[in-house]
Design a protein around this ligand. Structure first.
Ligand code: 2PG
Ligand code: MG
Length: 430
């Protein structure tokens, strides 16, 4: 038997996909097994998220993480030493107790999530299996439906387009591999269309094209054209998923669409979204209304919840309690699961379990600031989450994740099963 008690926890500063400092944690067990993980970082964050600890001051835009690193090296390392890394719930409960705040503000969610993930990796290493297998046990696993960005906007593209993520899903694909092939075709077609019209301006934070559109709706036109140009059937094979990220341009029931030169109230904005939903092959909408507009979210869900996946991100911030509340009042029917919004793996897992209890869909998601770390892929597969969102189909911090799923699919061979259309719970056909 290997000794899976924690022997040492260490930390170092590494850099994320926006060139900003972030936290890497390493956990070493008594048997020598080692796990490592890196904290991601969001840009369009919900106000209820667990918060990163940043140093402030002038250097590195105030974003350095020396205090978070010091917390890992001293307090966290002392507290976790001798704990059994296999008992993730106990490790995470201790991190929460040690931090002692509602939002991980004392130790930093960047410190706690990195340690929580590194500890899980160390336990898997001791078990001599990849993390997804360690989490799933011996049971069958299903590969998630990928949600992949084609155009980036909002906070990830200088606010050039108000809507943040114009994405596709491939519910008609037979395998994860085929979903990526179709995505590659759509991504290439979208790039060619933009280039032909002189609209290409590079790529946004998550690798999606940085668009030069004259309205938000024009992005939907281009995306629909790209799906057709790739020779794919809208809805049945490939459909559109949006992250409106409405908290970025909507407060107190007013929605300011700068690109469209419009300011709408909550009802007016729901009408606008309804018009898009009627005209384009949209099957999923994330954060359609702002996090402070619960009434709007309820109204939107009442109107479109039967045919659309309606995902709460800023509004639910990977919190089991918030998911339970939202399900009880009929706001949203799916949750985005981002471990660093919660601050530990166990809390993220609880939010996923709460969504299952509510009969909701769930999407495990990366952040706009990412690294080569692929933990998110292992969580989605190991926890049996039906969908996975990690940004676009370019830039290696994104491709590292898609390629990691391919490795699992290849390792499963004949036993590989793909979530496909079932991930959307029957929504999307019309
Ligand atoms: C989101 C994420 C990922 P960020 O809003 O869903 O696209 O963005 O990490 O900036 O919150
Ligand atoms: Mg979002």
């Amino acid at each position: 038997m290997s000794d899976t008690r924690i022997n040492d926890v260490s930390a170092m500063r590494v850099w994320d996909s926006r060139g900003r400092p972030t936290v890497e944690a390493q956990v070493i067990l008594r048997d020598g097994s080692c796990g490592r993980a890196i904290a991601p970082a969001g840009a369009s964050t919900g106000s209820g998220e667990a918060v990163d600890l940043r140093d402030g001051g002038d250097a590195l835009g105030g974003r350095d993480v020396q205090r978070a690193l010091a917390n890992i090296r001293v307090e966290i390392a002392d507290a976790l030493r001798h704990m059994d890394a296999v008992d993730q719930v106990a490790v995470d409960a201790l991190l929460c107790r040690l931090d002692g705040t509602e939002n991980k503000g004392r130790l930093g969610a960047n410190a706690t999530v990195a340690v929580s993930m590194a500890s899980a990796h160390a336990a898997a290493a001791a078990n001599r299996v990849p993390l997804w297998r360690h989490l799933a046990g011996d049971g069958d696993v299903v590969l998630p439906l990928p949600e992949i960005q084609i155009f980036g906007g909002g906070a990830h593209a200088g606010g050039r387009v108000d809507v943040q993520d114009f994405m596709i899903v491939a519910p008609g694909a037979e395998s994860f591999d085929q979903a990526l092939v179709w995505t590659a075709e759509v991504y290439a077609a979208a790039g060619q269309l933009l280039e032909a019209q002189g609209r290409l301006r590079g790529v946004a934070d998550e690798g999606g094209y940085w668009p030069e559109f004259s309205s938000n709706e024009e992005a939907l036109e281009y995306l629909s054209k790209a799906i057709e140009a790739a020779g794919l059937k809208p809805v049945d094979q490939v459909a559109i998923a949006l992250d409106i990220a409405a908290s970025e341009f909507g407060q107190r029931g007013r929605y300011k669409l700068s690109l469209d030169g419009d300011e709408l109230d909550s009802d007016g904005f729901i009408e606008r979204l309804g018009a898009w939903i009627g005209r384009y092959p949209i099957v999923s909408v994330e954060d359609p209304l702002a996090e402070d507009d619960e009434e709007g979210l309820r109204a939107f869900t009442a109107r479109f919840g039967k045919r659309l996946q309606i995902v709460g991100d800023d509004y639910l911030v990977t919190s089991a309690a918030r998911v339970e509340h939202a399900a009880a009042i009929g706001a949203c029917n799916a949750v985005l699961i981002k471990p660093n919004q919660a601050g530990t793996l166990s809390e993220a897992r609880q939010a996923l379990d709460a969504s299952r209890d509510a009969g909701w869909d769930a999407i495990v998601s990366a952040r706009s600031g990412e690294t080569e770390d692929t933990t998110i892929v292992h969580l989605a597969i190991g926890w049996g989450a039906p969908q996975l969102k990690v940004g676009s189909f370019a830039r290696s911090e994104r491709m590292a994740k898609w390629n990691e799923v391919l490795r699992v699919e290849a390792a499963l061979g004949e036993r590989a099963r793909f979530a496909g259309a079932s991930a959307l719970g029957g929504r999307g056909s019309r």
